[in-house]
Ligand binder design. Sequence first.
Ligand SMILES: Nc1ccc(F)c(C(=O)c2c[nH]c3ncc(Cl)cc23)c1F
Ligand SMILES: [Fe+3]
Length: 289
Amino acid sequence: AVPFEKPRAVVKKLLAESQSEGQGATVRRSIGSHELRNLDPFLMLDEVSVSKPAGFPDHPHRGFETVTYMLEGACIHQDFAGHKGTIRAGDVQWMTAGRGIVHSEMPAGDEVNKGLQLWINLSSKDKMIEPRYQELQSKNISRAEKDGVEVRIIAGEAFGVRSPVYTRTPTMYMDFTMRPGSQLHQPIPEGWNAFVYIVDGEGVFSRDKSAPVSAHHCIVLGAGDGISVWNKSGAPLRFALVAGQPLGEPVVQHGPFVMNSRAEIQQAMEDYYYGKNGFERASQWSSSA
Ligand SMILES: Nc1ccc(F)c(C(=O)c2c[nH]c3ncc(Cl)cc23)c1F
Ligand SMILES: [Fe+3]
């Protein structure tokens, strides 16, 4: 049986190269790199590898959301409103920065910490909303298993299971692990932009005639209503499948500020500098060891 009317093809494939970021950290940036500036509504996807004393010390965000998903180790985050916590392997922190957050994200233990951080743009009407967090511990992440395919559902629905995460910008974000020889047919809402980031192993996506795609590669999917994946290797295949409804608005980014115009970026820089319009607490706060 044909699983989809319009299976999505692979329209772009890129290797995420390592680059330095933050203070002494290394990230493999796929979306957000020069090769793939952004994929509306997604602004950045970093695969992060960081060990003490490196990390991401105090910095601001305005106008978008960050989704931190730890793969190994743990990350301590603290923000200027006194919100503190540890994001452990398998945990998710979905942070809606909105009008303004200043926080630090530092490794917790002495081992290597690995994680994914996805930046999702907010629509102009949501860019200045109050900041808020949706935090899920690993044990509370929706999961399902079928025919050798295990899925952890960070946002959206797979195998009839839906994540409780509220996505202002409609988004699906899934972590699939496929046993050798297994196949997957996953629906993806038509009209949404979609990509896959391979974390481990290698897989054949959408019957792409070329060679299987391996770890640290990002593949952008074309139009359609779903994707078929086949793990024909002898090892498990682990990848993130991310898709989102495009916002179709201008993107003006200056580091951690993402607005719709240069004037709004100017305003964000001024608000951060003078501690106004959501950055009131910025001037009195710094992260503690
Ligand atoms: N220079 C600079 C400027 C602005 C930032 F927001 C950051 C920053 O915090 C990160 C950028 N990639 C990331 N991946 C994972 C994590 Cl946990 C944090 C980041 C940064 F490094
Ligand atoms: Fe941050």
